[in-house]
Design a protein around this ligand. Structure first.
Ligand SMILES: [Fe+2]
Length: 350
């Protein structure tokens, strides 16, 4: 398998090991659906694509005429010889692995669904792709359970997920503030807040710009869903931390496997400890489920047949990080001059 990992590493520039190839083969033992394969393998999208190309070249994997993937006879021998097992699935069917129940937030979910239909459609320009309504409300339940919601001042940095509406509907936070770059989303939240008498403050704000002074050091809890480049992850979290009042305040953000290899996770976690003075209290695997969005498959037109299949289920997920401040970091609150590296790196899908 070493030579396969090496080829994939050369083609993608992403550090790829035998374990990554094993994970993809394990997932291939369970599904022939490309998008399901991404979700099950927990491997970066670009790594899975290149690995499949190599596996097809080596006749270990075949394509069916409908664009599905199948392990070949030769591939089955390979799996057996390398002692690769199918992925085990013991995720709790009650909570989907999130570790929380909606409980008294179930009625909030119904209301949230009713209110948010007609929301703005995602656009690629801002790396949008919003989470399911269940995810948005589960975030509120999680924040409530961790003591980060009731009576707290909450800031949401980028809110195409409309978490502000879910938070305000709970009636629990002292204050809900949204900073968002997309005018359509700000207008939508403002309209909802007016119509349903929800206390949400909004402001149009581009996260590459310095956090305005009136938001620095004012909040108990931040939540954000950054693009998965290391630069964006670090920047969004640092903006969030700049907004916090001080020690023992909390932050929430999602990090995927589909666009962030574990080498990137390592860099991020090292930066969180060294530069942000936080502890990582929770990483909840695939807590955030994203609605399938329209613009993704268009980027891959003309590539391999398995990329032409449209996703049949939700496949893009992120793990929920919760961090808590244990010191006051001296993070610079400056404008970012070169924003290109915020949105795209070699692990990006788009
Ligand atoms: Fe559960």
């Amino acid at each position: 398998m070493q030579h396969i990992a090496q080829k994939v590493k050369e083609r993608t520039g992403v550090n790829t090991t035998v374990r990554d190839i094993e994970n993809i083969m394990s997932a291939l033992c369970c599904t022939g659906d490309f998008y399901e394969l991404i979700r099950l393998s927990n491997e970066p999208f670009v790594v899975v694509v290149e690995t499949l190309e190599v596996l097809i070249d080596e006749k270990l994997v075949e394509l069916t005429d409908r664009g599905y993937l199948a392990i070949s006879q030769r591939g089955r021998e390979f799996v057996k010889n390398h002692n690769i097992k199918p992925i085990s699935d013991h995720i709790c069917s009650n909570c989907g692995g999130r570790g929380i129940q909606l409980g008294d937030f179930k009625s909030l979910l119904l209301k949230f669904k009713e209110i948010t239909c007609g929301r703005p459609v995602p656009v690629a320009e801002y790396d949008q792709g919003y989470v399911t309504e269940e995810t948005a409300v589960a975030r509120i339940a999680l924040m409530a359970d961790r003591g980060d919601l009731d009576g707290k001042d909450i800031i949401i940095l980028g809110d195409d997920d409309l978490v502000s509406i879910a938070a305000a509907l709970s009636g629990l936070p002292a204050r809900v503030t949204v900073l968002e770059v997309d005018e359509r989303i700000v207008r939508f939240i403002d309209d909802v807040a007016l119509k349903y008498n929800l206390p949400i403050e909004t402001r149009i704000y581009d996260l590459s710009k310095k956090l305005p002074d009136e938001y620095v050091g004012k909040f108990d809890t931040f939540i954000t869903d950054p693009p998965d480049t290391l630069e964006a992850l670090k920047l969004f979290v640092k903006r969030g931390i700049a907004s916090l009042k001080g020690v023992r305040c909390a932050g929430y953000f999602g990090v995927t496997s589909a666009e962030a290899s574990f080498n990137k996770w390592y860099e991020l976690q090292a930066a969180l400890l060294a530069e942000c003075h936080v502890v990582i209290t929770d990483i909840i695997h695939n807590f955030n489920h994203y609605m399938n969005w329209d613009y993704l498959p268009e980027n891959f037109k003309g590539r391999l047949p398995f990329l032409k299949q449209r996703p049949s289920n939700i496949w893009y997920c992120s793990s929920m990080y919760r961090v808590e401040t244990v010191g006051i970091p001296d993070t610079a609150n400056d404008d970012v001059s070169d924003t290109r590296q915020l949105y795209v790196d070699r692990e990006s899908i788009v």
